[in-house]
Design a protein around this ligand. Structure first.
Ligand code: GTP
Length: 296
């Protein structure tokens, strides 16, 4: 687990860094609050943080307050490691948003157990986050999360004036798969479809399970023609890579896909945009399945 050390004193930074490495953590170093905030903007930013109190510019408690004001819902566990001591300092640090407090000079064994306690909380928070945002069966995003990402993607495409398309994908005659091979085989088929999606999409495309066998795929910076290409790749991969179940039997699947490109002049909101893609999916089903239809 990464740990961010924010301290203006180079000797302390190095000593902490060496200790954390010895305990199996990956130290990330910042000399002041501004540098720390930049590190927290990175993808995969650390969530376990150790702050010094007195630093040039932003103090440790000010840094805590700034981080607690973030609105992105991210959780950070903050340990204030300071030359200050006594109840007043503890109260001030924890009121500013610190989760724990340790006075310098400290016993390294105490720091070790405090960091271990903090890392347990960070891991617990990550597990809760995973449970709240992922579909338990397929591990793709659940409906709540894909809806949130959908809203963000529309905002980003509006801000950047970039294209944005979605695919609504539904497995054909899935009820028959369950009825013929059993529910467990149906579950395997759902996982198989998500695997195929993940291997055929770009890193920044997002897959969410909307309901039983219906998936929504967000394709940022993608126009309708490109979305068609992606949809065709996915459709044919699913058709030609059957699900292999435990007894070795192969289940052939096909999918129907509706695609739509976000159009600022007609899509009043997310729902109207989604409905265009969903209607295209309905047309794909009505006109024989195993096909892609572009929204009007
Ligand atoms: N195995 C499994 N089946 C599921 C799950 N969620 C939904 N289903 C099944 O998916 C099937 C969906 O059936 P329908 O909505 O009738 O659609 P369909 O048979 O795919 O037909 P079309 O969509 O019209 O091609 C139902 O039998 C559900 O029980 C799941 O998590 N696992």
């Amino acid at each position: 687990m990464d740990v961010l050390i924010v301290d203006d004193d180079a000797v302390t930074r190095l000593a902490l860094s060496a200790a954390l490495e010895e305990w199996g953590f990956v130290p990330i170093l910042a000399e002041n609050g501004e540098q720390a905030l930049k590190k927290l903007e990175m993808d995969n930013a650390p969530h376990l943080l150790i702050f010094d109190w007195s630093m040039p510019g932003m103090s440790g408690p000010e840094l805590c307050k700034t981080i607690r004001k973030r609105e992105d819902g991210q959780f950070f566990y903050i340990l204030m490691l300071t030359g200050k001591e006594g109840n007043e300092a503890i109260i001030e640090a924890m009121e500013a948003g610190a989760d724990d407090f340790l006075s310098k000079p400290f016993d390294h064994r105490v720091l070790k157990v405090r960091i271990a306690a903090g890392s347990r909380i960070v891991r617990l928070e990550q597990t809760l986050n995973q449970l709240a945002s992922r579909d338990a069966l397929t591990q793709c995003w659940n409906r709540r999360m894909i809806d949130e990402l959908f809203t963000n993607s529309i905002a980003e495409s509006t801000r950047k004036r970039s294209s944005f398309s979605i695919m609504v994908l539904d497995i054909d005659h899935f009820k028959a798969v369950n009825d013929t091979y059993g529910h467990a085989a149906g579950d395997l088929a759902l996982k198989h479809v998500v695997n195929i999606l993940n291997t055929n999409l770009r890193e920044y495309d997002q897959v969410g399970r909307y309901g039983g066998e219906e998936f929504v795929i967000l394709l940022p910076a993608t126009d309708e023609n490109e979305a068609w290409g992606v949809a065709e790749r996915v459709r044919s991969a699913i058709q030609f890579q059957p699900t292999v179940i435990n007894d070795g039997a192969k289940i052939d699947l096909t999918v129907s896909i509706g695609i739509a490109q976000f159009d600022r002049s007609r899509d009043i909101n997310q729902n109207t945009f989604f409905e265009r893609a969903d209607k295209a999916l309905y047309t794909a089903k009505q006109s024989g399945r195993n096909r892609i239809i572009c929204a009007d």
